[in-house]
Design a protein around this ligand. Structure first.
Ligand code: NDP
Ligand code: 8X3
Length: 248
């Protein structure tokens, strides 16, 4: 008799890293449960994988509760939903954007983790993967709202690992550098020219690069914890130091 598949919840699965992670985990035999706000996009990701999906807004406690309540078994939680809003300097910071980033990138992770932790513990072999960023331990001009939120997420992740010592749940932070997804388009409010400039003259990561790392973490033997993984393009040494080739 074969064991029933492990269940992995992926937030922000309608695009980018989340969609690619859904695919990578499904390919490795996980039963994946996907959440995001854009349900048309979510359905398009889920259906070819035979995955379960439901609307999820991690900034809304009622939505988190409705998404999590029907889940009987959860082995893996990938807290991936997140975004940056704007690139204003501290002097010109827009408080509403900072609030939105903290609601999404920090409190969203807190809500999902709190809701699913009992089921992760009950699985006997739980794993939480928080998608942080190099912005969790670096800073750059115009990035303070986002980097502050990812620094906070990093603190949450590290604290959780301490608090869960002795429980059957591992905690991992995945910290990517520049990756071409919808991230920059969202950050720059749909401005395609500005978003494209972020990757000009360099080769960024693609979503599958990060998804493969998450899938690798999720398939280590249960006694092996991967605390953190920094993944950058070869063309990027730090958040601010990027090798760009001149246009030919
Ligand atoms: P995308 O913009 O492509 O994906 C973001 C995902 O988050 C979407 O699926 C979006 O779905 C979802 N999301 C946004 N708001 C909410 C919400 N309130 N509730 C639920 N889901 C939400 O960007 P990425 O794939 O690049 O980003 C994924 C993660 O990776 C983020 O945490 C980001 O900070 C991080 N990251 C990205 C890097 C990059 O360079 N791309 C580098 C390092 C880290 P929907 O709008 O349908 O809700
Ligand atoms: C996204 C990477 O460098 O734009 O998390 O902050 S960066």
């Amino acid at each position: 008799m074969s064991a029933s598949p492990r269940v992995a919840v992926v937030t922000g699965a309608s695009s980018g890293f989340g969609a690619a992670t859904a695919e990578a985990l499904a390919r490795r035999g996980f039963e994946v449960v996907l959440g995001a706000r854009r349900t048309d996009r979510l359905r398009a990701v889920a259906e070819p994988l035979g995955a379960l999906w439901a609307p999820l807004d991690v900034t809304d406690p009622a939505s988190v509760e409705a998404f999590c309540a029907p889940l009987e078994r959860v082995d893996v939680l990938v807290n991936n939903a997140g975004n940056a809003f704007g690139a204003e300097s501290v002097a010109e910071a827009v408080e509403a954007k900072w609030r939105d980033m903290f609601e999404l990138n920090v409190l969203g992770v807190l809500r999902m983790t709190r809701a699913l932790l009992p089921r992760l513990v009950a699985s006997g072999d739980g794993l939480i993967v928080n998608v942080g960023s190099i912005a969790g331990f670096e800073t750059y001009p115009g990035g303070a709202g986002y980097t502050a939120s990812k620094h906070a997420l990093r603190a949450l992740t590290r604290t959780l690992r301490l608090e869960l010592l002795g429980q059957p749940v591992r905690v991992t932070e995945i910290a990517p550098g520049l990756a071409e997804t919808e991230f920059s388009l969202v950050r720059h409010d749909g401005d395609k020219v500005r978003a494209a400039k972020v990757y000009e003259g360099m080769q960024p990561l693609v979503a599958a690069d990060v998804a493969e790392a998450i899938a690798w973490v999720a398939t280590r033997p249960s006694h092996v914890g991967i605390d953190e993984m920094v993944i950058r393009p070869r063309d990027q040494a730090t958040a601010m130091l990027v090798h760009r080739r001149p246009a030919t």
